[in-house]
Design a protein around this ligand. Structure first.
Ligand SMILES: NC(=O)c1ccc[n+]([C@@H]2O[C@H](COP(=O)([O-])OP(=O)(O)OC[C@H]3O[C@@H](n4cnc5c(N)ncnc54)[C@H](O)[C@@H]3O)[C@@H](O)[C@H]2O)c1
Ligand SMILES: O=P(O)(O)OC[C@H](O)CO
Length: 331
């Protein structure tokens, strides 16, 4: 099948490899021509994936209409805050029956929209032509073909099956569900809890604190997602607990690293200056808290992360319960 991946950062590039290794005819679109040339001619994307040799046969281009020509499935992998702008250019060149798939894990600042919602609006597509992929998927480990699993969600199980089949191979196992809301929110919320885990590690606290934040964080993720219509089971799966463990435990995670720096006393601006890749949690935190407030959902851990970033809470005081309310509550 002819497929396009838009966005040649770490995940877009590795996902293009996954798709090529699954037998597809893959074109990868990079915003910068020099990145496209390095991928096409040297099979490398050194800025994002040093030391990784990509499979022969991935076509790379910075010409968006060329990338979209003939593509039956289009995978989107840019920072969440850039998606809406990119879709304006995608829409006129999209094939009339193409399926669009989000690989992203953020919500849009200002609207709180999930990426599948931004795609539905930006491309005027029906829900049955939209899917999302999520799970414990650290790009560099997948580039090394270390086995992992992901979940593909769409309201149409036919679409989920088509997308999941297109990206399944020996090292990348795909599962399916129809819970787009839970699958997307799992990917968004685990980044926020990974920031909190990073903060306590940065402070120097040990495994009890980490485990308490992880466990209560998962409860917080599940309550939030359920309030927006997700199936609670989804948050116990790959896109919830699975990704929470991977992101919170991995020194390779950008969100975890951002959290560790915050825990060591650096400001958000300091952290952003050190990062040359996106840490989605930093942009999604306030929109998620606004969504939670609108639904009356309490998010004590995410609220404390926001307070650490605002400088109103000492990172050493972050706790798995609301700092202002130490009274016992039901688990
Ligand atoms: N890296 C991972 O391990 C991983 C795994 C799963 C999901 N994701 C998600 O995938 C998404 C992309 O992450 P990434 O890791 O590839 O980020 P990245 O920072 O490595 O790369 C982002 C890419 O988008 C490009 N870009 C930035 N603004 C753009 C714009 N306005 N228009 C077009 N392109 C633009 C950048 O040039 C870069 O190539 C994020 O939502 C992330 O949470 C990442
Ligand atoms: O590096 P992070 O923190 O963006 O995490 C990457 C993936 O989402 C892990 O599944």
């Amino acid at each position: 099948m002819r497929v396009a991946v838009l966005g040649a950062g770490s995940w877009g590039t590795v996902f293009a490899k996954v798709l090529a290794d699954s037998g597809n005819d893959v074109v990868l679109w990079a915003r910068r021509p020099k990145v496209a040339q390095a991928i096409e001619h040297r099979r490398r994307n050194d800025d994002y994936l040093p030391g990784v040799l990509l499979p022969a046969g991935i076509e790379a281009t910075s010409d968006l209409p060329r990338a979209l020509r003939g593509a039956e499935v289009v995978f989107l992998s840019v920072p969440s805050q850039s998606l809406r702008g990119l879709l304006r250019d995608v829409r006129p060149a999209l094939e009339p029956t193409a399926i669009a798939v989000s690989l992203m894990k953020g919500v849009e600042d200002g609207t709180g929209a999930r990426m599948s919602e931004v795609i539905r609006q930006g491309l005027a597509l029906p829900d049955d032509r939209i899917a999302v992929v999520s799970g414990p998927n650290l790009a560099l480990e997948i580039a090394r073909e270390e086995p992992t699993a992901a979940v593909v969600a769409s309201t149409s199980l036919d679409t989920a099956m088509r997308v999941a089949s297109a990206c399944a191979n020996r090292y990348f196992g795909t599962f399916m569900n129809a819970d787009v809301i839970g699958t997307e929110f799992g990917g968004v919320l685990k980044n926020l809890i990974a920031l909190a885990v990073g903060i306590v590690v940065g402070v120097g606290y040990g495994d009890n604190t980490k485990a308490s934040i992880l466990t209560r964080g998962l409860a917080e993720m599940s309550a939030f997602a359920a309030a927006f219509g997700a199936q609670p089971d989804t948050l116990a799966g790959l896109a919830g607990m699975g990704d929470l463990i991977a992101t919170s435990e991995s020194p390779r995670s950008r969100n975890n690293r951002a959290g560790r720096l915050l825990g060591q006393g650096y400001t958000k601006d300091d952290v952003l200056r050190t990062m040359d890749q996106v840490a989605e949690g930093l942009a999604s935190l306030e929109p998620v808290l606004a969504l939670a407030a609108a639904k009356g959902v309490e998010m004590p851990i995410c609220t404390q992360v926001s307070q650490v970033i605002a400088g109103t809470l000492d990172p050493r005081d972050i706790a798995p319960h609301a700092a202002a309310d130490p009274l016992p509550i039901g688990e």
